[in-house]
Write a protein that binds this ligand. Sequence first.
Ligand code: NAD
Length: 286
Amino acid sequence: RGKRAFIAGVADDNGYGWAIAKALAAAGAEILVGTWVPALNIFETSLRRGKFDESRRLPNGSLMEIAKVYPLDAVYDTLEDVPEDVKANKRYAGASNWTVKEVAESVKNDYESIDILVHSLANGPEVTKPLLETSRRGYLSAISASSYSFVSLLQHFLPIMNQGGATLSLTYIASERTIPGYGGGMSSAKAALESDTRVLAFEAGRKGKIRVNTISAGPLGSRAAKAIGFIEKMIDYSYANAPLQKELRAEEVGNTAAFLVSPLASAVTGSVVYVDNGLNTMGLAL
Ligand code: NAD
């Protein structure tokens, strides 16, 4: 039987989540996605109307099928955690069962088990503010949406993951080197995510022989990255300074993701794997 993957953080055809879904689909996996509740309607409508058909095309000519789209808000673990104003918000009220625990239950009811869990989401409301000007609330929101969201997903999905399964998240070099402009506690959130990758690799490895890795990706002009504001500058910087002077395609991150969650990477866990044209290795730009 083919593998089944749940990919959290797909809401259009531009980001890393979409590229990872395609690479896994091309390798024969069945694709389930988790889409942020406020983005759900437009994503499903666009899918249905064929807006993504061109970007659904796989190397063998067929179109990627998404078996099911689950509404998800990864900052809430259970229904009890959801504040009244969010419950009442019409974008949220129109969907149901979107807390992490409920999504895992829905996937279990629909499909019994999964083999692959991908976390491709982040959010930091104060990302454009320097850390020195970031509020406690903004900092904790960044950590909640971008780091704890992975802990929570793994906590709730681990019981339905088949032995030998693999999980993956996406991180950014701002966790270990200062990237002015990547603020609001997002650098802190990525540092937490990378540290958690190691600890969770141990815990999930011992508990269910599940692997946990993270890809440190180079800059991509996704929707989320455009919200930060300086993504074009980062792409130009990378082009000018990386060992490989070429555009970084989302597909290249997708392909590495497919490798990391496959049996080809059966001894790789707890790792931060750079997919950035080698930019992270540079100490002096020439
Ligand atoms: P993206 O916009 O395609 O993906 C981010 C997704 O997160 C969106 O679909 C958004 O709807 C979703 N999201 C936000 N808050 C959520 C929540 N509370 N619950 C559920 N979903 C939520 O952008 P992307 O750049 O491809 O981001 C994917 C991952 O890649 C992120 O972890 C990001 O930090 C990481 N990354 C991106 C870059 C880059 O340059 N784009 C570089 C390194 C790492």
